[in-house]
Design a binder for this molecule. Structure first.
Ligand code: 5AD
Ligand code: SF4
Length: 358
């Protein structure tokens, strides 16, 4: 079968996915991205929704081998924003008509942290007259905690599976992780009623195109509502960095794989939310715009105060660390305009898929 025939099909086989992920010629890629963009326009609209991202603490109990803020990296200055500072950023998002927020931090599950987050959710809901949507990206927690945060007003949760291949997953994580436990977390969120988001890292050492195709199938089989996946980007002070042989080659390849993953996922799951992630921009100044062109529909502008941004570096060359949120707002609006999409202000921008499956 050739590319044109595959792009006409409504259902894609595993072989089709492998074929698409292996495309290399510029013309073929153009066709793939155009098809994905056309599907986004049909099923979601030529629209982009914002989630203001507040990275409020870099304290983390885990030691993911790839991550710059892993517990054992003692070069990192650790911080946690105060409740007041976080509420100030939430208020900024509300006033600037960002429909929703993502609260993200390194992983902790002690009582003090769980209470802190619970309180925050309630206060943000109160401050915004219930208008700001709240997505959490706070790692693995007990079902009780997920339930508690949901009851307080959070309604979406992001927890990346990182790799759907258990062996690769284990190679990325030391003994502080358990693949089955992570799957259970995703199932529990779904049971509670969250819109469930997951994602993977694309192009870390040891991962193949076939593995990535399995990741796409994983999203489909698990009926995921939203996906945030991004290229693996090296961070010098991590164990995974030592496995990278040629970082320049890795960067070019991972940008390319990252964009193809977005486009092929759009072909596979037409009505889900797909983020154009910041890691794409670390590899190319217009990486996120390229992802919007390839079928993504969500942007997560970082709205954390400038003074904390340098200490939240999961990978090298993280963009926008010298900017303030207001700079990002204007810069992003201009960028989205280049794609031909419209930014939707003041709406949650929920995944249409969620309403079909519930
Ligand atoms: N490159 C790309 N993504 C990374 N993450 C962590 N470290 C890196 C890295 N070096 C991603 C993980 C995690 C998310 C918060 O950031 O996928 O789930
Ligand atoms: Fe911690 Fe998340 Fe980094 Fe893992 S990826 S070390 S859980 S911040």
């Amino acid at each position: 079968m050739n590319l044109d025939e595959i792009l006409k099909q409504d259902k894609l086989t595993r072989d089709d996915l492998v074929y698409l992920m292996n495309l290399k010629e510029e013309d073929d890629l153009e066709k793939l991205y155009n098809k994905a963009y056309q599907l986004k326009a049909e099923h979601i609209g030529q629209k982009v929704f914002y989630r203001g991202l507040i990275e409020f603490s870099n304290l983390c109990v885990k030691n993911c081998n790839y991550c710059g803020i892993r517990k054992d990296n003692n070069k990192v200055d650790r911080f946690t924003m105060t409740e007041e500072e976080i509420l100030d950023r939430a208020k900024w998002a509300y006033e600037n008509k960002y429909g929703s927020l993502v609260l993200q931090a390194g992983e902790r599950s002690d009582k003090e942290f769980v209470d802190f987050v619970d309180n925050l959710i309630k206060k943000i809901k109160e401050m915004s007259n219930n208008e700001l949507g709240i997505t959490l990206s706070l790692g693995e927690q007990s079902k009780e905690t997920y339930q508690r945060w949901y009851d307080s007003g959070a309604h979406r949760y992001l927890l990346r599976i990182e790799s759907s291949n258990e062996k690769l997953y284990n190679s990325l994580h030391p003994n502080d992780h358990d693949f089955k436990g992570r799957l259970e977390c995703l199932a529990e969120m779904k049971e509670i009623g969250y819109q469930v988001g997951t994602g993977v890292m694309i192009g870390f050492p040891g991962q193949s195109i076939e593995d990535l195709v399995d990741d796409l199938i994983f999203f489909k089989e698990n009926d995921i509502d939203m996906v945030g996946m991004g290229p693996y980007v090296l961070h010098e002070d991590t164990p995974t960095a030592k496995k990278v042989e040629n970082n320049e080659l890795l960067k070019t390849r991972n940008l390319n794989w990252g964009l193809k993953m977005v486009a092929v996922l759009r072909l596979l799951m037409k009505d889900i939310n797909i983020a154009a992630t910041t890691a794409l921009q670390a590899l190319n100044p217009v990486g996120r715009e390229m992802a919007l062109k390839a079928g993504a529909n969500i942007l997560m502008p970082i709205i954390t105060h400038r003074k904390y941004r340098t200490d939240y570096q999961l990978y090298e060359n993280k963009p926008c660390i010298d900017e303030e949120a207001s700079d990002c707002k204007n810069c992003l609006a201009a960028r989205v305009a280049t794609v031909g999409d419209e930014i939707v202000y003041g709406e949650w921008g929920d995944s249409p898929h969620y309403f079909k499956r519930t």
